[in-house]
Design a protein around this ligand. Structure first.
Ligand code: 4AD
Ligand code: MG
Length: 437
């Protein structure tokens, strides 16, 4: 199609006034008499086309009038600024080449009308093309990239951890088990943390970033069975240093999304003033104070219980940024969490709770670095000591205070996008009742 430059929609501004070629899909079509307005999308954005019968002639106009949703096309035309158009530009179409026409008898199943969630999730491979899903996916991209950049630029070395593991990290109730040749069973990783503790003793500050698995039996809007987590781990650090890093990290990620994804946040109708206030320092409160605050606000919670979704919602009320709750009861936390030496019934862990009721965004804390204490905890939690011999080695050979945290990417994206459920923040969500498409 001529030698006009082939461009992507997100670069339209650079080619204003020029004749260009776009390749993409037909998102939508409006017609009125002798003019047609197809909306094209190409993965980088959406742009309105204008096809005027008097300019293009009968043949091209007929073709334009019959474009079906999601047909793939190549379009030549002149780009021009148009304030009223999405993205600020439109394309005055001169020629259209149809690569594959979607049949009018078997049209694209997802139309601009409302569809039920199960209908959409069953067609997730097609639903991804919709405007909102496109915006969410691009925000996710920025969250992931910003997370990597943050750690890369702050002296952390990427050291990814295995997915097939011999034992539990975050409790035995959410383990996925899989047969493993002659060795019996292996388990899908719930967190890379234990291995990151080893790489941190080799490399200093490290992070891992990958998929993690939890056989969550709960059906909530915050739980997936497969989700992505970024987990930094540092030697020579205590709880306060871990909290400092967590707030700096969250501030950075939110700022980057605001910088890179204004268009997408607008599509999502996100109130960005709620994100602009995400600045250090984040309020810090002990679990003890959090329980008192909850009780004062009418919650039934008793000291010793974990927070439910409702409690986290109540806690974050009245704050315009995430809050950090630290020193949870040792009893309810993972085996590796270091009890506070001055008060062993609480552990040196922290949860970062997002505002607007989005709940726990980050979990982390300081690890037990003393050999005997760790052996005791492994036994108390009924974990197989043999499976942790290597982990105990780390407490025998140059043990130091250390710790880190994990942030679930899907929780972060849901919060930043302001959407209800984490299932839309990942291309192909895995939940208790869904493993397809
Ligand atoms: O609080 P969690 O369980 O902490 C850990 O796994 C630690 N080992 C991390 C560390 O210290 N390196 O999980 C961390 C975060 C949560 O705050 C939440 O954002 C996310 O992972 N998360 C989930 N996201 C989606 N679906 C689930 N089922 C999740 N479980 C945890
Ligand atoms: Mg947690």
């Amino acid at each position: 199609m001529t030698d006009a430059p082939r461009i992507t929609i997100e670069k339209a501004a650079d080619f204003a006034g020029q004749t260009v070629v776009l390749q993409g899909w037909v998102h939508n079509l409006r017609k009125s008499g002798k003019i047609a307005f197809p909306i094209f999308r190409d993965g980088t954005g959406f742009i309105q086309g204008v096809v005027v019968k008097a300019n293009v002639g009968d043949e091209i106009f007929e073709a334009a009038k019959h474009l079906t949703q999601e047909s793939s096309v190549r379009v030549r035309g002149q780009l021009r600024a148009e304030d009223r158009a999405e993205g600020g530009y439109e394309i005055e179409v001169e020629a259209i080449e149809i690569l594959q026409a979607v049949s009018a008898e078997d049209p694209f199943p997802i139309t601009p009308k409302e569809h039920g969630i199960d209908f959409l999730l069953d067609r997730r491979h097609l639903w991804l093309r919709s405007r909102l899903q496109h915006a969410i996916a691009r925000v996710r991209h920025s969250v992931v990239k910003a997370s990597r950049d943050f750690f890369d630029n702050n002296g952390f070395t990427l050291a990814d951890t295995p997915i097939l593991t011999p034992a539990a990290c975050e409790g035995t109730t959410t383990l996925f088990e899989t047969p493993y040749f002659d060795l019996g069973s292996a388990y899908l990783s719930q967190s890379g943390q234990l291995y990151s503790e080893a790489t941190a003793m080799a490399l200093g500050k490290v992070y891992c970033f990958g998929p993690t698995f939890r056989a969550e039996k709960s059906k909530t809007r915050r739980h997936l069975t497969e989700f992505w987590m970024v987990e930094p781990e540092m030697p020579f650090v205590e709880l306060d240093g871990i909290m400092d890093l967590a707030e700096e990290f969250v501030e950075y990620v939110v700022a980057r999304v605001l910088e890179e994804r204004q268009q997408e946040l607008k599509t999502l109708e996100r109130d960005t003033s709620k994100l602009e206030s995400v600045k250090r320092s984040f309020p810090r409160m002990t679990y003890d104070d959090a329980v008192k605050m909850l009780q004062a606000k009418g919650s039934e919670i008793q000291w010793g219980a974990d927070f439910g979704n409702t409690d986290e919602g109540i806690l974050s009320e009245g704050y315009d940024r995430p809050i950090m709750v630290h020193r949870f009861p040792t009893e309810i936390k993972a085996f590796y969490m270091r009890p506070d030496p001055t008060r062993p019934e609480v552990a040196l862990g922290v949860d970062v709770i997002a505002p607007e009721g989005y709940g726990e965004l980050i979990g982390g804390g300081q690890r037990i670095h003393e050999y005997d204490d760790l052996v005791k905890k492994i036994d108390e939690h009924g974990l197989p000591r043999e499976a942790f011999d290597w982990f105990l080695d780390l407490r025998k050979y140059g043990s130091v205070p250390h710790g880190g945290f994990g942030m679930g990417i899907e929780r972060c994206v849901a919060w930043i996008c302001g959407i209800e459920h984490v299932r839309e923040t990942i291309a192909f969500p895995r939940m208790i009742h869904r493993v397809r498409p």
